[in-house]
Ligand binder design. Structure first.
Ligand code: MF3
Ligand code: CO
Ligand code: CO
Length: 251
């Protein structure tokens, strides 16, 4: 069931997403070679708590930390660890989910650490562009499939692969609500978009294959061939005209 949010509810969701966006930006400013992903998680955790919010990844289905941090071939759900040291040339995805006044916020971005390869730069560029292509389609009257098809077309035109096993999602009082928002599919299909729908659009893109594997830690999802992967996510609301991007920092 897709839950339509009132304008009062949207205002609360914007507050949660603002905190999620600020936490993600803070992670981007904090990240440096030599630090562990645990330290980066701690920075994110402390910020969210200081804002009076809850890092809703912590304990979600047993996830042990406050955000997901995924390095290089790791796509999503990387578990922060004192043993995982970030190096110059890495690409690092941070995915931050917040709960504030009962409402969820969710966003992610793949950051570069120092100088990265031109291949990595291009992967990140195409993945972020694909997110914006998807967002452009998030207007009333369109369907979820219009978002999916736009994301997939841009990724594949870039020579990359969209992951099928994991998808974007509706969001509200729950982190994951209906509808599913796949990064693949056909224009004109799927649920119709109406004002008050709130969704996370989140292209998950692999360099060499659409396939993924889950590591023995039961969480970390990696590119099946060990090549690079990238992930960008915004939380948006469908409005009467342009999508409202709730995970842009306003201050
Ligand atoms: N933030 C993720 C998403 O985009 C979900 C987090 S998984 C968790 O849907 F286990 F870390 F919570
Ligand atoms: Co997320
Ligand atoms: Co999400």
């Amino acid at each position: 069931m897709i839950k339509i949010k009132s304008s009062a509810e949207l205002r609360l969701m914007m507050e949660s997403n603002e905190i999620a966006a600020q936490a993600l930006a803070l992670a981007g400013r904090t990240i440096r070679p030599g630090m562990s992903t645990w330290e980066l998680d701690k920075t994110v955790h402390d910020f969210i708590v200081r804002k009076g919010a809850i890092p809703s990844s912590l304990g979600y289905a047993g996830f042990p930390n406050s955000c997901c941090i995924s390095v290089n071939e790791e796509l999503i759900h990387g578990i922060p660890s004192k043993k995982k040291i970030i190096r110059e040339g890495d690409i690092v995805t941070v995915d931050v989910t917040t709960l504030y006044k009962g409402w969820q916020g969710d966003n992610a971005r793949t950051f570069t650490v120092g100088k990265v390869s031109p291949e990595a730069e291009r992967l990140l560029k195409v993945t972020e562009e694909a997110l914006w292509k998807g967002i452009e389609q998030a207007v009333p009257g369109n369907r979820v499939g219009d978002i999916s098809a736009a994301v997939q077309a841009h990724v594949e035109a870039g020579g990359y692969h969209v992951v099928r096993q994991y998808v974007g999602h509706g969001i509200g009082t729950e982190m994951h609500e209906d509808p599913e928002v796949p990064n693949f599919g056909r224009a004109g299909r799927g649920p119709r978009l109406v004002p008050g729908m709130t969704i996370c659009i989140e292209p998950m893109v692999n360099e060499s294959t659409p396939e993924v594997k889950v590591l023995s830690d039961k969480w970390t999802v990696v590119e099946a061939n060990g090549k690079l992967s990238a992930h960008f996510e915004h939380c948006i609301a469908i409005t009467n005209d342009k999508p409202l991007i709730m995970t842009l920092e306003s201050h």
